[in-house]
Design a protein around this ligand. Structure first.
Ligand code: HAM
Length: 446
């Protein structure tokens, strides 16, 4: 990489054209599957009141405690604190309440795509600005909704050709009452044993004991072997709910692995939680995760309203697609390069370029002052299929020279034949035309 005075901030990266193709591919798959299943797009602001995430995700979670990016403007005493959004779910629920979406037919199914911000220690697959696609189903509680959501996600991973690299981990962590009782039992169990816990987990035991279950520390896991298990604290309703979700997954032909240690890092979850793990490396690199959050809307000041959702990490998905050798199809090829010499030719080429573009031919016209030879080298580097050349002689004769770059052959034709000839060569069906009418429903392009 070239020595540069300014670089992207730590943990962030430019999404260069090559990766844009993957991003677009993922977005297209998401939009398509979302439409098929009745989800509608929602965009929320990039920043929100800190309290929304504090209440929703939980005050003592890593995300809220350590990873929020503060948004500072000139503030007066008593002003609300704003943070860059670290996830979509709490914002979408805030919006559900704010816009009285409980008046709409339930469930309300919403999806989002965009950047999120977490001030985490950057490492492979973990960035400070990253992208998710996110699904939420709000307003109804039924195990078939959990299963349907998971099915839509597996379809997207199939479209992106990475499903066979992933495995679905699923668990039920019970109601918040179940968890409260379990948390107390876990705290009791560790009385007198704190010294044996690694420092990081001693801290967790105090503020968020459930996180011990998915600790990365081996010593913690040894101790947990004789600790009470969360499963013992689940009420019958949760057990039945879980069994039904699993039954529906089987009905849908979705392989899963039950994982009683899966608790997820956000406090709002109740009952179903799940993640898609990398088959080979496991939890560290989950490409996505989600679950049910039946208490979240109430926590944010709404009426008790159930919800279930999922978010996929787009950078990690792109990594998998590249590893699997998946090529992102794109339409970025250059059809025609225009090379010209002299002021008259330049003038004529201006309209030719505009005309070609209008009929859907990808056309590059640099229109500089360099020699035809160096412009031809340019055309080569752009990978243009055809080059149209126009010098003083061609202007005089009202012709152009049309060169087939791959074949290395060229011919001289009348200027007015240039456009129809290019259409013939490329084929009408390959022209990149776009009318809003044909793409209704796809106007959410970014
Ligand atoms: P999450 O597990 O925090 O869940 O994030 C979901 C996915 O986003 C992760 O599995 C990962 O692929 C990606 N991700 C998270 N943090 C980073 C990071 N720092 N760098 C790169 N990728 C990252 C949620 O965000 C929940 N809101 C999901 C959800 C929706 N639950 C219910 N509805």
């Amino acid at each position: 990489m070239a020595e540069a005075k300014f670089r992207t901030p730590k943990g962030t990266h430019d999404v260069l054209p090559e990766d844009q193709r993957y991003m677009t591919y993922i977005k297209k798959a998401v939009r398509h599957r979302a439409r098929q299943a009745g989800y509608q797009r929602i965009d929320t602001p990039l920043f929100e009141k800190r309290e929304i995430f504090e209440r929703g995700i939980g005050e003592h979670t890593d995300i809220v405690e350590k990873e929020l990016f503060m948004v500072s403007a000139k503030q007066k005493e008593g002003d609300a604190e704003f943070v860059l959004r670290p996830e979509f779910t709490a914002s979408v629920c805030r919006s559900y309440i704010e816009h009285s979406m409980n008046q709409l037919p339930q469930p309300v199914e919403l999806y989002s795509i965009g950047p999120l911000f977490r001030h985490d220690r950057p490492q492979k697959g973990r960035y400070r600005q990253f992208h998710q696609f996110n699904f939420e189903i709000i307003g109804l509680r039924d195990p078939s909704l959990d299963a349907q959501l998971i099915k839509v996600i597996t379809k997207i991973f199939t479209d992106l050709q990475i499903l066979d690299r992933l495995k679905l981990q699923i668990n039920n962590i019970g109601t918040s009452e179940n968890r409260k009782a379990y948390t107390e039992a876990l705290k009791d169990f560790f009385i007198g044993k704190e010294r044996n816990l690694p420092e990081i987990d001693r801290g967790r035991l105090k503020v968020n004991p459930l996180r011990l279950l998915d600790s990365k520390e081996e010593d913690t896991h040894i101790l947990l072997k004789s600790a009470p298990s969360l499963e013992q604290f689940l009420d019958d309703e949760s057990k039945e709910y879980h069994a039904t979700v699993l039954e529906y997954l089987e009905e849908l032909g979705i392989p899963y692995e039950e994982n009683i240690s899966l608790v997820r890092g956000l406090d709002y979850y109740t009952q179903t939680v799940f993640e898609f793990w990398d088959q080979s490396t496991g939890a560290q690199n989950a490409v996505g995760g989600g679950g049910r959050y039946d208490g979240l809307i109430e926590l944010l000041g709404g009426k008790p309203t159930p919800g279930v959702g999922f978010a996929g990490g787009m950078e990690r998905i792109i990594w998998h697609m590249k590893e699997a050798g998946v090529k992102a199809p794109h339409k970025d090829q250059v059809d025609v390069f225009i090379a010209q010499l002299g002021p008259e030719a330049k003038k004529k080429c201006l309209t030719l370029i505009s005309e070609l573009r209008d009929i859907g031919v990808h056309t590059i016209g640099v229109l500089g002052e360099t020699s035809i030879k160096s412009q031809m080298r340019h055309a080569d580097r752009f990978g243009a299929k055809y080059t149209i050349l126009m010098g003083q002689i061609e202007v005089k004769e009202d012709t152009i020279i049309l060169r087939d770059m791959a074949a290395g052959k060229q011919k001289q034709i009348p200027f007015k034949k240039a456009v129809p000839e290019i259409i013939k060569l490329l084929g009408k069906k390959n022209l990149d035309t776009y009318t809003l009418k044909d793409h209704l429903g796809e106007i959410d392009e970014d």
